[in-house]
Design a protein around this ligand. Sequence first.
Ligand SMILES: Nc1ncnc2c1ncn2[C@@H]1O[C@H](COP(=O)(O)OP(=O)(O)OP(=O)(O)O)[C@@H](O)[C@H]1O
Ligand SMILES: [Mg+2]
Length: 248
Amino acid sequence: MAKLPSILKIKGITKKFGGLVALNKVSLEVRRHELLGLIGPNGSGKTTLFNVITGYYKPEEGRIYYKEQDITGLRPHKIVKMGVARTFQIPKPFGRLTVLENVMSAAMYGREATASKGKAKSLAMEWLKYVGLDKKADIEAKTLNIVERKLMELARALSTGPDLLLLDELVAGLNTSEMMNVVELVRRLVDEKGLTIIMVEHVMKAVMSISDRVFVLHRGEKLAEGKPEEIAKDPKVIEAYLGEPIKV
Ligand SMILES: Nc1ncnc2c1ncn2[C@@H]1O[C@H](COP(=O)(O)OP(=O)(O)OP(=O)(O)O)[C@@H](O)[C@H]1O
Ligand SMILES: [Mg+2]
């Protein structure tokens, strides 16, 4: 089968914070309908890469193309409207709003941004249902438990109407069965909904089981890239990050 065209092309991105080089000439291509796992030790630049893609930080060098358009340096809200959404490593929900209101606020800001509350509401409810949170729609967000918060964060991102979704440690802090449920949900977003996903994760069981391909960052540079089973036994990756070969 012919390879699908790429949706995202990152070319030679360098991002510095003062004297610290957080990303050093990183290049990466992501194909449409691909689920890419992005892994690497703490501080290797994973979240920074998301922040650069989504316009929160401007890189010193390099370009980012989304659907063949140069989006380098565009403001975050513009990039959202083009169909790129993210979740945050540390979510900041509006605790006093209901779950539905939290998701609606994202729907109104997103790609199908609408002044119509009714439309935002139906979109928000649709995604709450998809992630399995519809029964909690009317409760205050602050009363949610950790897995429900993660699912709400996911529903918020989905309600902006993305084609490309960036997930930053979505399953961190969940127990194994909660984690596997969320992981299956993420896989379904690619298989059923046709999304393209980059998933940052430290939990190898999660990332290796669902990724089509894995990209490894180390000290702001690409260390390796390949199929999960290749990455799991790559000596460079084992030395820098995994510690020992892992079963995939
Ligand atoms: N806003 C910032 N100001 C200064 N330094 C920063 C900033 N954001 C990130 N850094 C630094 O850049 C490097 C990469 O950080 P980043 O958060 O991208 O790592 P990460 O791979 O996401 O790590 P983790 O797995 O712990 O989340 C780290 O050394 C970090 O301290
Ligand atoms: Mg991070």
